[in-house]
Design a protein around this ligand. Sequence first.
Ligand code: GH3
Ligand code: MG
Ligand code: MG
Ligand code: MG
Length: 298
Amino acid sequence: MKILIADDDDHFRRLLAEILEQWGYEVTATASGEEALVALQSDDSPRVAILDWMMSGLTGIEVCRKVRDEMAEPYTYLILLTSQQREEDLVLGMEAGADDYLTKPLKVNELRVRLRAGIRIIELQTELVEAREYLRHKASHDSLTGLWNHEEIRGILRRELAREERVGGCVSVIMADIDHFKRINDTYGHLVGDEVLRQVAHRMQVLARTYDFIGRYGGEEFMLVVPQCCRDCTVAFAERLRKSISRESFETSAGKLPVTLSLGVASLGAGVDAETLVREADHALYRAKERGRNRVEA
Ligand code: GH3
Ligand code: MG
Ligand code: MG
Ligand code: MG
């Protein structure tokens, strides 16, 4: 665990750093509030800070306020360590955002246990953030392919349509459906079908630009939201997707399997609603199926 110290008293700062290092902590020592803020904003910054109140320039209290106002995450546990002994100083310090308040002269054993309490808070906080991120990811992604799930890709389409309405561009949608996928399931089983789904998703992701969105719309059907790309550009993209799937068989546990994709493209100017766009892409996909599969229709 990394700990930041900010104290303008060189002797005290060195002493404190030595004690913390003896306890096994990694220490970043700074002599001003300004330096402390920079250190707290760096990547992989310390999550616990021991701040002196009185420093020339930014005081410990001001550092507390800035951290709380400007740096919500990751949470930093702030301990004020000061010779201000009065109750109203403690109140002021804690109201500025400090989590704990210790007074000088330093009581070493007290510091040791209070630090441990702070670290417990940081560890709990880290677990909460991880759990939240996990749930967020789970709620918005398809677990088999890692693509956006149905609700999310629909939301993305609505958002992109709203954005394009402001700037006056066009939004395109591609609906892609694996051809005769039922045969793969029926012949080799669902697990092999799942392998194919994952690999189709992966090949599409490799081809897409970073600002294209790919969702698993349902079963073996995918929806791509393609911003800043009108009809011709999207048809060309769909054609590249089609080729990348059909060009090379898929390596599965049942051996090499050829797979093809039918794709429908709809590209409309600003003002159109999501339902219309999806319906048009669906119709185009239907035509691609009717006209023999492994093809793109717009
Ligand atoms: P078409 O070319 O007309 O699209 O034919 P198809 O066989 O691909 O279409 P159909 O809609 O008849 O069958 C789709 C199949 O996809 C049926 C369903 O069991 C299968 N499927 C849907 N979701 C999954 C999944 O998550 N895993 C696997 N393995 N199969 C799935
Ligand atoms: Mg000082
Ligand atoms: Mg299909
Ligand atoms: Mg289908």
